[in-house]
Design a protein around this ligand. Structure first.
Ligand SMILES: [Zn+2]
Length: 155
């Protein structure tokens, strides 16, 4: 008998609240060590072709593109992990992993110990295929290493 797949993983380690950096952010509910799992990025999945049409619609808010070119739209069925903000000096990272069914998952984990109440950040490392200026993606993370943009440093 096929085992029922769980469609929404819970994210007990994070809560969503107003961020000082940008809009809403994700915050640690308790102190966490490095490499603690925060949750799986969930949402509706699109193929590369499907997402090309949506990007033209300008619906870009919670998209994550995986290395297999699938895109996950966290605005549809996503969980709290979609509120992790970008920082150039992050305390978390996104990591890809295949599940038992062969689906590529995007896992969020800490990369440094965090305290309860700390805002959680990842480095989005955005790449802009069609080359909009970096000023379209300004970063205000306030880190001493801030690149000033959420785009990946390709230089
Ligand atoms: Zn920054």
């Amino acid at each position: 008998m096929a085992k029922l797949r769980k469609h929404h993983s819970s994210t007990p380690c994070l809560r969503v609240g107003p961020s000082e950096v940008h809009g809403l952010g994700a915050f640690a509910t308790r102190a966490l060590p490095a490499f603690a799992l925060l949750g799986i990025y969930e949402g509706r999945r699109y193929s590369q072709q499907e997402i090309a049409a949506k990007v033209r619609d300008g619906q870009l808010t919670y998209l994550f593109t995986l290395s297999n070119r699938e895109t996950i739209d966290g605005a549809k069925g996503g969980n709290g992990t979609r509120h992790l903000n970008h920082a150039c000096d992050p305390n978390c990272e996104a990591d890809e992993e295949y599940d038992d069914a062969g689906q590529l998952l995007l896992k969020f984990q800490t990369i440094a110990p965090v305290n309860a109440g700390d805002e959680l950040f990842i480095d989005y490392c955005l790449t802009a295929d069609d080359g909009p200026p970096a000023s379209d993606y300004p970063c205000r993370c306030g880190s001493p290493n801030c690149r000033g943009t959420m785009l990946a440093d390709l230089g």
